[in-house]
Design a protein around this ligand. Structure first.
Ligand code: MTE
Length: 318
């Protein structure tokens, strides 16, 4: 099950102390002590939660300059239907979920396939801190200091064949630990997919943490996708299967409401959701009455990704 290890990390890639101290200040401001303890406010209860620090992270040049949303907001205002429909459900109802031990099955059109432990999957990859904007179709947004590594670096290790035109992802199915899965809110398990060039794009990451600590359960522990130029529903959480496939994969929200959620789901202020405008967004953390701001094409990442869709009519392929 062990796969190829990358070369050792160069010392130049290690987070400089000043950046690290800065991050510690951010964590402290968010309520996390240097020991990695955060008070239970993000969970809405009195108990204290432990979030394991990830150690030093390499700051990524792909980060935005935007001010990150506070930890408590990122970890308490969530969409994770496996734990319920309300934004507060994932933080309140994910306490029984066990993200470790974890394994991921890789199958389909690749030379290397099989079931791999979390350590096999993540272990060889140096982790970076990437501050990315997350824009939800519900017209709110956050700025998250993710910890993760490029998905493409992982995918290459499996040596996909020329038949691998798409990559499909699947969330774990554990109704005992995920109360939302005991109801047919969606057709479980949650599934998502990307075209292979999107999956290989350096902006696409697999995240294992945020704010320098391991991912809270409600944010998709232990392993989730982050595709910053697409609406948030593409960023599938708690991944247990990665499949290299030839045809466009089944995706959960496209299945639930095809006229509202397309396969591509690129952030596009010019293409409205059938029931509301997508032209503006409310940054989370500023209070409900904070003014909305204009949404940017591809969520602000147009320079990097617009060329992927050069020949496509984006109002048709939404
Ligand atoms: N992944 C799974 N498995 N289940 C979900 O309900 N919700 C998606 C996405 N990934 C979802 C999911 C949606 S709609 C959004 S906006 C983001 O997760 C929210 O991520 P966050 O809670 O970390 O902000």
């Amino acid at each position: 099950m062990l796969i190829r290890k990358p070369p050792a990390i160069k010392s130049s890639e290690i987070t400089p102390e000043s950046v690290y101290l800065n991050r510690r200040e951010l964590l402290r401001a968010a309520g996390i002590t240097t020991a990695g303890m955060i008070s239970g406010t993000a969970h809405g209860d009195e108990s204290d939660m432990n979030f394991k620090p990830l150690g030093k992270l390499t700051p990524s040049p792909y980060s935005t300059d935007a001010e990150p949303t506070g930890f408590a907001d990122i970890a308490s205002y969530n969409n994770f239907y496996e734990f319920g429909l309300d934004k507060s459900d994932p933080a309140a109802r994910s306490g029984d979920f066990k993200p470790k031990p974890w394994s991921v099955t890789v199958d389909g059109a690749a030379e290397v396939t099989g079931t791999f432990t979390y350590e096999d999957i993540v272990g060889p990859h140096p982790l970076e801190e990437r501050v990315y904007r997350l824009r939800c179709v519900e017209a709110w947004s956050m700025v998250v200091p993710w910890a993760g590594f490029p998905l493409g670096d992982l995918l290459k290790r499996f040596k996909p064949t020329s038949n691998a035109k798409y990559v499909a992802f699947e969330t774990v199915y554990r109704p005992d630990e995920m109360p939302g899965q005991r109801r047919r809110l969606l057709r479980w398990p949650y599934r998502e997919g990307l075209r292979i060039d999107e999956a290989m794009h350096p902006l696409t990451i697999l995240a294992t943490g945020l704010y320098g600590v391991e991912l809270p359960n409600q944010n998709g522990a232990p392993l989730r996708l982050v595709v910053p130029w697409k609406y948030g529903f593409k960023s599938i959480k708690s991944i247990v299967r990665i499949s290299f496939i030839e045809d466009e994969p089944f995706t959960t929200w496209n299945d639930a409401a095809p006229s509202e959620y397309g396969f591509f789901a690129n952030v596009n202020p010019e293409v409205d959701h059938p029931r509301w405008s997508q032209a503006r967004e409310r940054p989370i953390g500023g209070g409900f009455f904070a003014s909305k701001v204009p949404t940017l094409m591809f969520n602000g990442y147009a320079d990097e990704v617009a060329s992927l869709y050069a020949d496509m009519d984006l109002s048709r392929y939404y």
